[in-house]
Write a protein that binds this ligand. Structure first.
Ligand code: DQA
Length: 143
């Protein structure tokens, strides 16, 4: 059975109560449930994880790369700082779609730079939870 990884970075465990004007009211569990439903319908296995630690994300990207599994990655604030995640994406040859709930380009300038984008297959941002669902559709097209 094909596997898809969905990896979530720091503070995304707070979704639903974290700055709802920016990130909406859906929780990370709501997003996981929707993705699970769609994966089940397509006979795909979903690995869905969240960590506040950069190293966990690095390890999980390496794991996905070794398994040849595509990744949907919302690296949260590490998007704007993490050379380690950039290197993991390249080193593990993982196919990664970068997603963000918010349109980072319409926000503070420190969010305009992404270390993830140059190593990503594509980027979807600004659509709330739909950013994740659209990324999954892009992956399912090729499964
Ligand atoms: C985010 C955008 C980041 O700038 C921020 O640090 C987050 C969430 C998003 O999904 O919109 O934690 O990745």
């Amino acid at each position: 059975m094909p596997v898809v990884y969905v990896l979530n970075g720091p503070n995304l465990n707070l979704l639903g109560k974290r700055e709802p004007a920016v990130y909406g009211t859906a929780t990370l569990d709501d997003i996981r449930e929707k993705l699970e439903e769609r994966c089940k319908a397509r006979g795909v296995s979903l690995v869905f994880r969240q960590s506040n630690s950069e190293g966990d994300l690095v390890t999980w990207i390496q794991e996905a790369g070794e398994a040849g599994a595509p990744v949907i990655l919302n690296a949260g604030a590490y998007t704007h700082t993490s050379i380690a995640i950039h290197d993991a994406m390249k080193g593990a040859k993982a196919e990664v779609i970068e997603v963000h709930l918010s349109n980072v380009h319409a926000r503070e300038s420190f969010r305009h730079r992404s270390y993830i984008s140059p190593a990503a297959r594509g980027v979807i941002l600004g659509f709330g939870p739909l950013s994740y669902y659209l990324a999954l559709e892009a992956i399912l097209e090729n499964i």
